[in-house]
Structure formats: structure tokens, C-alpha cells
Design a protein around this ligand. Structure first.
Ligand SMILES: Nc1ncnc2c1ncn2[C@@H]1O[C@H](COP(=O)(O)OP(=O)(O)OP(=O)(O)O)[C@@H](O)[C@H]1O
Ligand SMILES: [Mg+2]
Length: 364
């Protein structure tokens, strides 16, 4: 029997169909990654799986039992289904240990000693030993998420549903959380994971499901779906998932935000610390001065960061449509700024001019 069985599931919140007639069986030990554009219904599907949302039609079964918010047994069913959210949802007034032992004591009726002893083992497992007494406010995002995972594991779930577990994290903390989840997948925990991070899916999925056009659009092994997608929308989605795009203009120019958005995007791929510095340099030494050049004649710059899935060879493309002369030269760019980039030996700068302006490629 499948751990989760979704039968002809349809959802419509009233403003249009989210998905229609979805059928999906998840077997014990599978790590199923759900990917797809924002709004395609990934979170809604997860919420239907554990009975937090009521579908318009169709059914979900968990180990053969019907899951529905109306089911009298829904609380006991949910005990077997862990859920980890983007925003951790720890109890802020309880310390780490109290957060973990609360449900096992209240719901599973474990003795305090038993619950504490197990919580300590779980803390070790998520690399948080010694932080029993810390309050959530004293922890980093990555640490909070690891505690949230330990708290979920303390209930001995048969399956864990993760809804973008790393997308609220500072880029430097993504890996520590992904490593914990990856090891759960390797140990055979049945997991359903929504993510926008393709390298995570490639590394840990047994099956990848791409959702589009109101349902499951393409699914298969990570190699099949992520490296050799058969269908058009999957290809398009993967192409865009490797590219970050922004348009700077004088009205709407927050270079600091752009800087952190680019780093956050890069962090989903293999990257080097130097590439973080290069991004900062480009923001401070090029984008800002080109925009506010002495002639004040450039109103927009297109910025694209194109990432490789397999290596740290990433490229930044700057499109400067109005530049009348080379944006890498005076009066747009100070020669000293170029010297600064020289200092990074792996950075190759090239440019092209055409009828509409200049394009600068920065391979890093
Ligand atoms: N409670 C709700 N009431 C009404 N509409 C909703 C509700 N929850 C979600 N929606 C709508 O349903 C659609 C699917 O939302 P959902 O959150 O499942 O998408 P998602 O794939 O998880 O997106 P993201 O990647 O942005 O998290 C969206 O258009 C959303 O606005
Ligand atoms: Mg979502």
C-alpha cells in the first residue's frame, strides 16, 4: 500500500482551477520533490495531503486512511505526517528542548525523561547538541529550521512534508539544512519536498514532479526531468530557474537589495566565496557608477545572472541599452574599478556593442 495516495484531486479556491484530477502514489522510502512556478499549487497539494486544505473534489489516503479536514481521525493521522514550513513555526516562548519534547509528552504520552533523552539524540542528529537551553530568538534561521526538523522527527512520523524548507534562509545557511534533509532521504524517510532549488532536487530526489497546466505536467527521476526534460514547459521552467533577471532604473534602484538577491540566487548552485565578492564589486563598482555617470544619460540597465547547474562557471550579463560609448570606460566607469576586477583571476570580462547599446559579459 502506498504511504500517500492522491486520487483525482481537484482544487479551486473560487478564483479559478489550481489543479485538476491529480493522481499520485508515493511509496515508502521515496523522496519526491515538487517543483514548478510560483502559484502552480505545490503548497496547496501538500496541504491537501495532510488535510490542512479541503480539495474541491477527489481524495487523499494516508496508509489507506482517508485524509480530510472533516475526518474525525484527522488529528491522529496528522501525527504520522510531519510538516516543516518555510518559517520554522517554533514556539518562541519555549527553549529548544521544550520545543522538541512538548508534542511527544502531550500527544504520544512519553515520560519527561524519555522525551528529553530522545530530544538530545535528535539534537545530535541535526548537529545542534549543546543548544538545549537556547531560545529560538537566539538562533540563526538555519539553526531554527534544524530544530524544527528535530521537533518533527520526535513524533516518529511515517512521512515528512517540507514546504520550501530553505527559502527563508540566509544563503550561507541553506546547505546545513539541506544536508540534514538529504540524510533523512538517504536513510529512507519518506519525504515530499517542495523546493525552488534544483541542485537540491538533483542531489536528493528519487522522483521529481514538475507541476504546470493545472496538474502534474512531467515526472521522473531527477536525471530524466532535470537533465533531459521531454516537454516544453519543463524545459522553459528549468531554463528560467537557472537565470535571475532584474531591471534597474533610476526610479527603482536598490543596489543593496539587488546585491543580496543575486547572492541568494547564486547560493542555489555551486559557487565560490569569491563569486560573492565579485557580485558585490559589480554592484558597487559598475552598476552604481554607470547608472549615475557624469553625463547622466543612462536610465536602465538589465542585469542577468545565468547559473550553471553542474559547475561554478556562472555568468553575469549587463545590458546597457542607452550607452553611446563603452560603459566600461570613462565617463561611465572609473579605470580603477576595472583594476579591481583584475584582482579576481577567474573573472573574464567581455563586451559587445550593437544598434541598441552595449552588453557586458562577466564570466566568473
Ligand atoms: N487559502 C487560499 N485561498 C484562496 N486562494 C489561495 C489560497 N491558498 C492559495 N491560493 C491560491 O492558489 C494558487 C496556488 O497557491 P500555492 O500556494 O499552492 O502555490 P505554490 O505553487 O505553492 O506557489 P509558491 O511557489 O509561490 O509557494 C495561487 O494562485 C494562490 O493565490
Ligand atoms: Mg508554496
Amino acid at each position: 500500500m502506498s504511504v500517500i495516495s492522491v486520487k483525482d484531486l481537484s482544487m479551486d479556491y473560487g478564483s479559478g482551477i489550481i489543479f485538476k484530477d491529480v493522481n499520485l502514489d508515493i511509496e515508502k522510502g521515496e523522496s519526491v520533490f515538487l517543483i514548478g512556478n510560483s502559484g502552480c499549487g505545490k503548497s496547496t497539494l501538500l496541504r491537501c495531503m495532510n488535510g490542512l486544505a479541503k480539495p474541491t473534489s477527489g481524495e487523499v489516503y494516508f496508509s489507506g486512511q482517508r485524509v480530510s479536514p472533516d475526518n474525525d481521525d484527522i488529528d491522529s493521522i496528522r501525527c504520522h505526517m510531519g510538516m516543516v514550513y518555510q518559517h520554522f513555526n517554533l514556539f518562541s516562548h519555549l527553549n529548544v528542548l521544550e520545543n522538541i519534547v512538548l508534542a511527544p509528552m502531550m500527544v504520544l504520552k512519553r515520560s519527561k525523561a524519555e522525551a528529553i533523552s530522545e530530544a538530545k539524540k535528535l539534537l545530535e542528529r541535526v548537529a545542534m547538541s549543546g543548544r538545549e537551553n537556547a531560545m529560538p530568538s537566539e538562533l540563526s534561521g538555519g539553526q531554527k529550521q534544524r530544530i524544527a526538523i528535530a521537533r518533527t522527527l520526535a513524533m516518529h512520523p511515517d512521512v515528512i512534508l517540507f514546504d520550501e524548507p530553505t527559502s527563508a534562509l540566509d544563503p550561507t545557511m541553506v546547505e546545513e539544512v539541506e544536508n540534514v534533509i538529504s540524510s533523512l532521504c538517504e536513510e529512507g524517510m519518506t519525504c515530499v519536498i517542495v523546493t525552488h532549488d534544483m541542485s537540491f532536487a538533483r542531489k536528493s530526489a528519487s522522483r521529481v514532479i514538475f507541476m504546470a497546466e493545472n496538474g502534474i505536467y512531467e515526472q521522473g527521476t531527477p536525471a530524466a526531468v532535470l537533465d533531459n526534460p521531454k516537454k516544453l514547459l519543463t524545459r522553459r521552467f528549468l531554463y528560467h530557474s537557472r537565470m535571475f533577471e532584474a531591471l534597474l532604473d533610476k526610479e527603482n534602484m536598490d543596489i543593496l537589495t539587488l546585491n543580496s538577491q543575486m547572492k541568494k540566487f547564486l547560493s542555489k548552485f555551486k559557487y565560490t566565496q569569491t563569486q560573492y565578492e565579485v557580485i558585490s564589486s559589480i554592484c558597487d563598482e559598475f552598476l552604481y557608477p554607470i547608472m549615475y555617470n557624469k553625463k547622466n544619460d543612462i536610465d536602465t540597465i538589465g542585469v542577468r545572472l545565468m547559473c550553471s547547474e553542474s559547475s561554478t562557471a556562472h555568468t553575469i550579463l549587463l545590458s546597457v541599452p542607452q550607452a553611446k560609448s563603452d560603459p566600461l570606460e570613462w565617463p561611465y566607469t572609473d579605470p580603477i574599478s576595472l583594476k579591481l576586477l583584475d584582482h579576481y583571476t577567474n573573472v573574464i570580462l567581455s563586451k559587445e556593442s550593437n544598434d541598441t547599446g552595449y552588453e557586458i559579459y562577466i564570466q566568473m
